[in-house]
Write a protein that binds this ligand. Structure first.
Ligand SMILES: [Zn+2]
Length: 120
């Protein structure tokens, strides 16, 4: 695991859970070998739920709004992690990046909920 969490204290376990789920179900090694920092702060004025930026070759900073609901929170993390994978594979077209990220966040969230329910 190469994740660290910073910023406002806020449901940090969700970032770990989303990260673990993403590593296990998407891109495997390619993603999990990179360093990810998830930073929580108030993004109200930016009017977004999150964004990600590449810090250097092997590390990314994912900024997440500090007041998200449960579903929104997981979906935003999956969405931004998808952008990290797209950076790794050099996918630069904004339209493709967004449509793929929205599709994956939805699919992963549904699959994750289904897998949680199947636990006895
Ligand atoms: Zn996006």
């Amino acid at each position: 695991m190469n994740i660290c969490i910073s910023g406002d204290k806020y449901c940090h376990y969700i970032a770990f859970d989303a990260y673990k789920y993403f590593c296990n179900h998407h891109s495997g090694d390619t993603f999990s070998k990179k360093e990810i920092e998830v930073h929580y702060c108030d993004l109200t004025e930016d009017n977004v739920l999150g964004w990600c930026e590449r810090v250097d070759e092997d590390s990314w900073l994912v900024t997440i709004h500090n007041a998200l609901g449960y579903e929104e929170h997981f979906r935003t993390l999956f969405h931004e992690f998808t952008h990290v994978v797209q950076d790794i594979f050099g996918i630069k077209d904004e339209e493709i990046r967004e449509s793929q990220a929205y599709q994956i966040e939805g699919t992963m969230y549904r699959e994750m909920c289904a897998s949680l329910k199947s636990v006895p």
